[in-house]
Design a binder for this molecule. Structure first.
Ligand SMILES: C[S@@+](CC[C@H](N)C(=O)[O-])C[C@H]1O[C@@H](n2cnc3c(N)ncnc32)[C@H](O)[C@@H]1O
Length: 236
């Protein structure tokens, strides 16, 4: 069962964090959309995320924290016209941009849910994707663990300072420049990103049968994929 729409509703994350995220991502939705689309092919990160989900035509995939919908075209292309794509986000302006994209493309099987990814408003899917989202959570492991109960394939991708000294310095500068969007501040920002990325991976390792990790963009982006043998259940 899904709640479709872009109206504000109750969320399970800390209300102050939700307020900050909505304020900052709401204010920057247009710029974020432009930036994310302009950089979408860098390093092949997004294409690798969708490939790592290992989806088939006709599958249902949920993207938590879908933002303006930068991953939606590749997800829709992978599951095809008989599949289903569900994007979930807590920021209205982000969902409005995703909605505009869906309408421009005329997709009838791509749906949006205004909801909190940490208390998932969906019950089951074939795949779950979250790119650059769980590093915004205080407890990414709890959220990822829940997602593992929804799907046989879960892919979580985040920034992490796992590159060379120069690459990590560039990531540090990027996080300082965009501190509000990373929702981490101060000297410990990179350590927080690293720990939250590791926490997501630990949750996948604990709940799934196999896990894989890939690094991109000089080691500053880490993709973690977890998979379980399919049990034949399907649907949202
Ligand atoms: C950095 S953007 C990433 C957007 C998109 N996944 C991408 O890769 O471009 C983070 C997104 O996560 C959303 N978000 C943050 N916390 C969330 C939560 N608890 N539930 C749902 N969405 C959330 C924000 O509103 C924002 O759109």
């Amino acid at each position: 069962m899904t709640r479709e729409g872009t109206r504000e509703g109750a969320v399970g994350i800390d209300p102050e964090a939700a307020r900050r995220i909505r304020r900052d991502y709401g204010a920057w939705a247009t710029v974020y959309d432009w930036f994310a689309r302009a950089t979408a092919s860098i390093g092949g990160v997004r294409a690798s995320c969708v490939a790592a989900l290992d989806l088939d035509p006709g599958d249902t995939v949920v993207e938590f924290g879908c933002g303006p919908g930068v991953n939606l075209p590749a997800l829709r292309e992978t599951v095809g016209p008989t599949g289903r794509v569900v994007g979930v986000d807590i920021t209205g302006p982000m969902l409005r941009r995703a909605r505009a994209l869906i309408e421009r493309r005329g997709w009838e099987n791509v749906h949006l849910v205004y909801g909190d990814a940490t208390t998932p408003p969906v019950s089951a899917a074939d795949g779950v994707l979250a790119t650059f989202v769980t590093s915004l959570f205080d407890a990414p492991d709890a959220a990822v663990s829940q997602w593992c109960g929804l799907a046989d394939s879960v892919v979580v991708t985040n920034f992490a300072p796992r590159g060379s000294r120069a690459a990590n310095a560039a990531l540090w500068a990027f996080t300082r420049l965009n501190a509000r969007l990373f929702d981490v501040e101060g000297d410990g920002a990179l350590a927080t990103l690293d720990e939250r990325t590791a926490a997501s991976r630990r949750a996948l390792a604990a709940r799934m049968e196999t896990t894989e990790r890939e690094r991109f963009v000089l080691g500053t982006i880490t993709l973690c994929a977890g998979r379980r043998e399919e049990d034949g259940e399907d649907g949202v």
